[in-house]
Design a protein around this ligand. Structure first.
Ligand code: CAA
Ligand code: NAI
Length: 701
């Protein structure tokens, strides 16, 4: 017998023989909104009451199983029924509950699956508890049920990293019972439910299982590891506390403790910051200028220059399935580029990101290096990554303009140069755009899409589509020296150099900012990138430098001594065996500059260093927003989070400014202006927001 739908959207139930099929349909990702929770609860109640129902099947319509709680409801009063209650109700069913999994079962979605009695998944399905990435922990029984099904070490990994696993691992670990053959999850799960009924399979509540014990010392080891890998973050440590409860407490007590910890995190600033980051990253590509604009098709990509960036960009594109042709100056350089790219791909293979067969296929069919620009004739897009010199760029763009097919996009990876000027070197400025990758290009998430005056919307749309193919977070930037990120970086670097002249050492600055949450201190980062890069830029900009600028010279002094950072064994730090060491010689160079300038060094607290760093960053970012270089404050946040190591749990500089208050930032700027009133000129936008009592967030909509 087959009955029609009992409940309507977003949760429906229909009978297939003696199986009640409950389907969630809440596009786009079947998030567990109040309506879904209520629908699940109602349908499970109904199925329990229907005598003819022998088993319940929970599945989802659309592209994925439930991808989690509805994040939009966070921070608002809870609307009943709560997810933990719904899951408890499902688990308590006296009829076996089968969960049919496809797409991504994430967060509350996976917790829902853990509350079922049997789990079947498509081979392509993925599973994860990403709550820590939102500053939370699984709050609907995940920390209690998962380690009852899978070994504790896997539960610790999944819960504290937020990472995903595939169906094969899920089967091996005991998270699912079966991988469906084929790609029709509904049919496969109906077959599975039927077999369970036929074999008299009973409900199998996960909560009744005994928690898998950790290896001796595993919990302490995980805690110590997280103290480093998730430095500054509260959620992963609290998640471990909750997991500890699964070992030490009864299920009910463990669940209550998990709930209490979840509520604590829900009220934390870190949760607010990380959810801001989540939505900002999805908002950033929503731009009026490309709304409804179809991108051009990109299958083949050209790269000019196979140095640091060109090789990384080529690797990124190859890993994303594109065909790549790379042009270098001579055969020695093409050989070098070929070796670099194959080395990077081998690295990807070692990390399990690329199979051996795929590697072979890429190297034989998809990647070519040459010195002949004619090879770009059929490329859909060519990205230039040659030396940062306007003359070299001119030579390259004129050649590209001559050989590339009509409609091909010509992109520059320049860090600072004028993309309008580059576009004007060609007869097709509407096809020219800046695509600013970050080093290492195959790893870093950020791509600044620099839209020049005459760039066609279709070309901008293609930039965003390409970013998605490449797995990047793309931010639209306008043309100026350094676009969004490097322009802000240049400004806060001046403020930090000012702190050094005032009395801090570069090592004090790095320590204070690492403590604040940065992955690496700015001076250590300079050493890594090579101090000569910044030196070249400063020399280029010297003729335009305002005489009122309090120019700190110590960076130039280091370069004049051949101290270019890591690659020369010394920069700000000394590089030998072991950890980079602060170098007294650097202190000496700085002390000389102070005395030449008549500055008497004073001690700066870590807080003052952080305040200077943040005030300079926010002030320049406000100008960047006001000038339209960044569209909204959230674009700045996404840029700094994904390209500059700004701690995600602080949400980005503009979000941070709102948490401390724009007025506090303005007060700091006024204070620091007593020392250098040229650098510390308040941005008009910041002044206006403070005068009107508004936040940066008010400009995001
Ligand atoms: N709640 C509300 N909206 C969500 C959402 C969620 N959990 N997950 C995704 N969305 C929205 C996105 O904001 C986006 O909306 P717009 O189109 O309006 O921008 C839309 O769904 C599509 O999302 P993506 O662009 O990210 O699509 P994708 O295909 O690239 O990725 C995904 C899909 C893998 C599910 C990804 O969206 C994702 O990772 N979502 C978050 C999953 C998550 O963190 N779940 C845990 C939630 S916390 C929780 O569950 C707590 C608990 O224990 C109770
Ligand atoms: P690089 O010096 O490592 O590589 C440049 C390569 O271009 C060299 O291999 C050189 O042989 C090649 N080249 C020069 N002229 C050429 C020509 N006419 N035809 C073909 N190849 C030519 O430089 P890097 O660091 O890769 O930088 C390249 C560009 O990327 C620059 O514009 C730089 O500003 C930008 N960039 C650099 C970043 C970094 O961290 N290194 C980050 C983001 C952008």
């Amino acid at each position: 017998m087959r009955k029609g739908p009992v409940l309507s959207h977003p949760v429906t139930m229909e009978l297939h023989g003696d199986i009640a099929v409950i389907q969630v349909s809440n596009p786009p990702v079947n998030a567990l909104s109040q309506a879904v929770r209520a629908g699940l609860s109602d349908t499970v109640t109904q199925a329990a009451e229907m005598a003819e129902v022998k088993a319940i099947l929970i599945c989802c319509a659309g592209r994925t199983f439930v991808a989690g709680a509805d994040i939009r409801e966070f921070g608002k009063p809870l609307m009943e029924p709560s997810l933990p209650d719904v899951i408890d109700q499902i688990e308590a069913s006296t009829k076996p509950v089968v969960i049919a999994l496809h797409g991504t079962a994430l967060g509350g979605g996976l917790e829902l699956a853990l509350g079922g009695h049997y789990r079947i998944a498509l081979a392509s399905a993925r599973f994860g508890l990403p709550e820590v990435m939102l500053g939370l922990l699984p709050g609907a029984g995940g920390t209690q049920r998962l380690p009852r099904l899978v070994p504790m070490s896997n539960a610790i990994n999944m819960i504290t990293s937020g990472g995903q696993i595939g169906a094969q691992d899920a089967l091996e670990f005991g998270l699912i019972d079966q991988i469906a053959s084929g790609d029709d999850i509904r049919n496969a799960s109906l077959g599975y439910a039927k077999t369970l009924i036929e074999t008299g399979a009973a409900p199998r509540p996960t909560s009744r299982l005994v928690c898998n014990p950790p290896e001796p010392g595993a919990m302490d080891a995980a805690r110590a590891k997280l103290a480093k890998s998730a430095r500054g973050q509260i959620a992963p440590q609290k998640a471990l506390d909750a997991l500890r409860g699964a070992i030490d407490l009864s299920f009910a007590e463990g669940l209550a403790q998990e709930r209490a910890l979840f509520k604590e995190l829900m009220a934390s600033d870190q949760r607010g910051a990380m959810i801001h980051a989540f939505f900002a990253e999805r908002q950033v590509g929503k731009l009026d200028e490309i709304k409804g604009v179809a991108p051009r098709d990109v299958q083949t990509l050209g790269v000019v220059g196979g140095g640091t960036m060109g090789a990384g960009i080529a690797t990124n594109a190859l890993l994303a399935g594109l065909k790549v042709t790379l042009v270098e100056r001579d055969s020695e350089a093409t050989d070098r580029a070929y070796a670099t790219v194959s080395g990077l791909l081998e690295g990807a293979m070692q990390r399990g990101k690329l199979g051996e067969a795929q590697y072979g296929e890429i190297m034989s069919d998809c990647f070519k290096t040459t010195t002949d620009y004619q090879e770009f004739a059929q490329s859909d897009i060519v990205i230039e990554a040659v030396f940062e010199s306007i003359d070299v760029k001119k030579e390259v763009f004129e050649k590209l303009d001559a050989v590339c097919k009509p409609g091909a996009i010509l992109a520059s990876n320049t860090s600072y140069l004028d993309v309008d000027a580059i576009a004007a070197m060609t007869a097709r400025p509407e096809d020219v755009i800046g695509l600013h990758f970050f080093s290492p290009a195959h790893v870093m998430k950020l791509l600044e899409i620099v839209v020049a005056d005459r760039t066609a919307p279709e070309v901008t749309a293609t930039g965003f589509a390409l970013a998605k193919t490449l797995g990047k977070v793309a931010v639209r930037a306008g043309v100026c020296d350094g676009f969004i990120g490097n322009r802000i970086l240049s400004h806060y670097r001046k403020a930090l150099d000012g702190a050094v002249i005032a009395g801090a050492s570069p090592f004090d600055v790095d320590r204070a900012l690492v403590e604040f949450g940065l992955a690496m201190g700015p001076y250590a980062v300079s050493d890594l990138a090579g101090l000569d890069i910044g030196w070249a830029t400063r020399k280029r900009l010297a003729p335009r430098r305002d005489p009122r600028e309090a120019y700190a010279e110590f960076a130039d002094r280091l370069c004049e001594m051949g101290r270019f950072g890591r690659k020369t064994g010394r920069g700000y730090y000394l590089y030998g065996e072991g950890r980079p060491a602060p170098d007294p010689e650097v202190d000496g160079i700085i002390a000389e500059e102070r005395s030449a300038k008549g500055v008497i060094a004073r001690a700066l607290s870590d807080q003052e260093i952080v305040d200077r760093y943040m005030a300079a960053m926010v002030n320049e970012a406000a100008r960047v927003v006001e000038e339209g270089i960044a569209q909204r404050p959230l674009d700045v946040d996404v840029t700094l989070l994904n390209g500059y190591g700004f701690p995600r749990w602080r949400g980005g500089p503009m979000y941070y400014a709102d948490t401390v208050g724009p007025d506090k930032i303005l007060r700091d700027i006024t204070t620091f202006a007593a020392e250098d009133d040229f650098l510390w000129q308040p941005a008009p936008l910041l002044q206006r927001l403070v005068a009107e009592g508004k936040t940066f967030a008010s400009l995001n909509t």
